[in-house]
Design a protein. Structure first.
Lengths: 251, 225
């Protein structure tokens, strides 16, 4: 085999002679450096544990409340230094083809994008923007009463296909087929599971009366402190007034 | 030199005659390509753990007390000991590459075995002093959570993150140890030396990544208050 090619001079295809020597790129890391790096890693480990213990001690004995992010920032900085030492010297990124370092940095950037965008999203989940305040309705935007009119297929005139009240049925005349849909049936639910509540992180479709929206007077309990029958108590004069209770804005 | 066997499939190669697969120009090319390929794979491994780290970040932001309470159940001394064990094992496997480059056969064998021993120690400590006591007390992930003295309703979230992150990491420790054992087996047959130590290099990179992950996991799990 043409083994003499291994010792050929740098050629046009390989201007730096990177591939022509047997020992090119085979940097032997000095033993001293390995020992020093290991020592530094162990020292930083001791440091991070010591700082963590010191923070606990300071918080307990001097009753000082140190915010969480300080703890995380310090610990992550030390961890980053340790990680950089491992990557540069133990994984020999310092002595290698720079492409390896680029690949690793790209990976870190990808992680940064992942974490960054997730954090941006999570931090703004319950944010109300000024331009959408008009659409915010007390009790949520599910099941607003409406009347829907469609054109009848045969007579071509408007047909009111139903008054979609909160719990009433919808009757649809579409091409001669009648579908009666109960409002509640249109929504997925399990008989035995409680209906999940909407939170700032996820809104859930609901059917039925919005609790507390059709206001009863909390004082109308006939002196018993018993609110069990309040559902029909104030039905004569149902008003939605912005009282103390239902002006509670989003969390 | 006419006896050089460039067939990569030959099992009885000695390091003095390192062949290379025919689509590479030289052994050096093959070595560089193997390293780049390994770094690409390490990228995928980091992104695997990054999912866990982001999950940790989200749940910690949402339930800080649960995480602080949960962290108090972890003993930082076992975690610290495990960190030191992994750091030393990282050092020995970096040293083993130097041994291969300088043809120090016995040191090479010793360092590779020492790394595997550190990995075993890590797993033994983790299971004996951390996983099993906690599991039997009811500190379990998710729906299996059964600890009667939990101070926060979201503590099962903390335990899910703990078991997932450390469990997947422990799986990687086992895989890394198996890789290094395989490399040690080839090393003791004289397969590796100054002209050829690609296998040690690649297994070493994997092991360093396992260590790197633990360097970040340890403060995030054990040192919160």
């Amino acid at each position: 085999m043409a083994s003499h090619n291994d010792h050929a001079e740098a050629s046009a295809l390989d201007p730096h002679g990177f591939h022509s020597g047997e020992h090119h790129g085979h940097t032997i890391v000095p033993f001293r450096i390995l020992v020093l790096v290991l020592g530094a890693l162990l020292a930083f480990t001791v440091l991070t544990v010591a700082l963590s213990r010191a923070e606990v001690w300071v918080a307990e004995s001097m009753n000082v409340h140190i915010p969480q992010w300080v703890n995380v920032a310090i610990a992550m900085s030390i961890a980053t230094v340790k990680g950089v030492l491992v990557a540069l010297y133990f994984m020999q990124l310092r002595y290698d083809n720079p492409l390896n370092a680029v690949i690793f940095l790209f990976c870190i950037c990808a992680f940064g994008i992942f974490l960054g965008f997730t954090a941006l999203d999570m931090a703004n989940r319950d944010r109300i923007n000024q331009w959408e305040t008009g659409e915010i309705v007390l009790g949520g935007t599910g099941n607003i009463p409406r009347t829907t009119v469609v054109k009848d297929a045969t007579t071509d005139e408007g047909v009111m296909i139903g008054q979609d009240t909160v719990v009433g049925p919808i009757v649809m005349h579409v091409k001669g087929r009648i579908d009666v849909l109960e409002a509640a049936d249109r929504l997925p639910k399990h008989k035995d599971k409680p209906v999940p509540q909407s939170t700032a992180n996820q809104s859930r479709v609901r059917a039925g009366f919005t609790p507390g929206l059709f206001a009863f007077s909390p004082k109308d309990d006939h002196g018993h402190g018993d609110h069990a029958h309040d559902d029909h108590a104030g039905e004569e004069d149902v008003t939605i007034e912005p009282t103390e209770k239902n002006t509670e804005g989003p969390r | 030199m006419a006896s050089i066997d460039t067939s990569a499939a030959s099992k009885e190669q000695h390091w003095e005659h390192p062949g290379h697969a025919p689509h590479f120009r030289s052994h050096q090319d093959e070595f560089d390509a193997c390293k780049i390929g390994m770094w690409l794979f390490l990228t995928t491994e980091v992104l695997l753990f990054s999912g866990l780290f982001v999950a940790y970040a989200i749940f910690r932001m949402q339930h800080p007390e649960a995480f602080a309470n949960g962290s108090h159940h972890l003993d930082w001394r076992w975690g610290g000991l495990n960190t030191i064990i992994l750091l030393i094992s990282s050092g020995t496997i970096a040293w083993s590459i130097r041994n291969a480059q300088l043809n120090q056969r016995r040191l090479l064998s010793f360092n590779l075995l020492f790394t595997v021993a550190c990995a075993l120690a890590f797993i033994v400590i983790k299971f004996t002093f951390e996983y099993i006591p906690k599991w039997t007390e009811g500190k379990r992930p998710g729906v299996l959570f059964d600890y009667p003295y939990a101070e926060n309703p979201y503590e099962h979230v903390w335990w899910s993150i703990y078991y997932c992150a450390t469990g997947i990491h422990a799986a990687h420790v086992v895989i890394g140890a198996a890789l290094i054992l395989w490399v040690w087996n080839k090393a003791r047959k004289g397969f590796y030396g100054p002209k050829h130590y690609t296998g040690i290099e690649v297994a070493g990179l994997y092991w360093h990544l396992v260590d790197l992950i633990w360097i970040f996991l340890f403060p995030l799990l054990y040192l919160i208050h």
